[in-house]
Design a binder for this molecule. Sequence first.
Ligand SMILES: *[C@@H]1O[C@H](CO)[C@@H](O)[C@H](O)[C@H]1NC(C)=O
Ligand SMILES: *[C@@H]1O[C@H](CO)[C@@H](O)[C@H](O)[C@H]1NC(C)=O
Ligand SMILES: *[C@@H]1O[C@H](CO)[C@@H](O)[C@H](O)[C@H]1NC(C)=O
Length: 310
Amino acid sequence: MGFLNLVWPQSPSHVRVNGPVTGGGLSQNGKFTYGYASSQGKRSSMEDYYETRIDGVDGEMVGLFGVFDGHGGAQAAEYVKRNLFSNLVRHPKFLSDIKSAIVDTFSHTDSEFLKNESDQNKDAGSTASTAILLGDRLLVANVGDSRAVICRGGDAIAVSRDHKPNHTDERQRIENAGGFVMWAGTWRVGGVLAVSRAFGDKLLKRYVVSDPEIQEEKVDGTLEFLILASDGLWDVVTNEEAVSMIKPIPEPEEAARRLLQEAHERGSADNITVVVVRFVTEEEESSNAPVREPSSASQLHEGHTCKQSQ
Ligand SMILES: *[C@@H]1O[C@H](CO)[C@@H](O)[C@H](O)[C@H]1NC(C)=O
Ligand SMILES: *[C@@H]1O[C@H](CO)[C@@H](O)[C@H](O)[C@H]1NC(C)=O
Ligand SMILES: *[C@@H]1O[C@H](CO)[C@@H](O)[C@H](O)[C@H]1NC(C)=O
């Protein structure tokens, strides 16, 4: 039996208007709620993808969240969104050794994408900022420069490291593989790519690997929420600002939309996707407060457009 995933509205990804796409849901056990917001222009130019999913593996409930920021076309981001978590939950070691299951799955999904890629799409690549919830474990696995930040006990803590080509160890790895890093507006692998790890990127694959870095956090009542977002947010909003901005907002969908709006107002020109997962804290549990649901789904989905700064 799968786990019931309460989602509103029914098919949020099919709402394609000229504002952001937003949506959210609630875990069946009432332990967390989640929401997302993604800026939406013309569909063809949108290279950010995201996934929010609640699944069951051998009777264990699993939460799967990801932000995939594409470059050189949307093909890689779209492929990773479609396949990464499906491959992961099918991995035979998912419950017994989740970290090695994550490492294997990232590598396998990247190889499958590269194998199947048409000649025109050799430059397509994608980041993956992912969070996997299993019992009281939160595993954050990252490739590229999208970022995961948590709020624990009121503090903003980055739980992933941006993979930039000029980081000492990344530059060393690239040079050891025979590549180079040079300045071209920003630091770039081979003078081309501004991230040092990614899915896809066939032409640079020897240097631009898809090995994730994994960090584990405990879901223990002091963990308040998690933010996953593409660099379109982090380029203009600091970790601390993002955390303090949404701390008072109980509904994760509204929180995600708030961050998107702030990034637009601060002039971010990039595609922006934000996923927020909010946990029930000790305080809320002891006061027996029910998990807060959006007051009205339709109200949340209508008539909202982000201010676009020109
Ligand atoms: C998304 O990013 C691409 C370039 O990466 C840009 O051409 C496009 O206008 C952006 N779309 C939105 C909605 O920001
Ligand atoms: C591989 O590419 C073909 C043609 O582009 C497509 O129809 C097929 O669905 C792809 N397979 C996977 C696993 O993505
Ligand atoms: C990498 O380059 C950026 C500018 O693109 C700079 O802000 C940052 O400090 C550099 N990091 C390291 C480790 O050199």
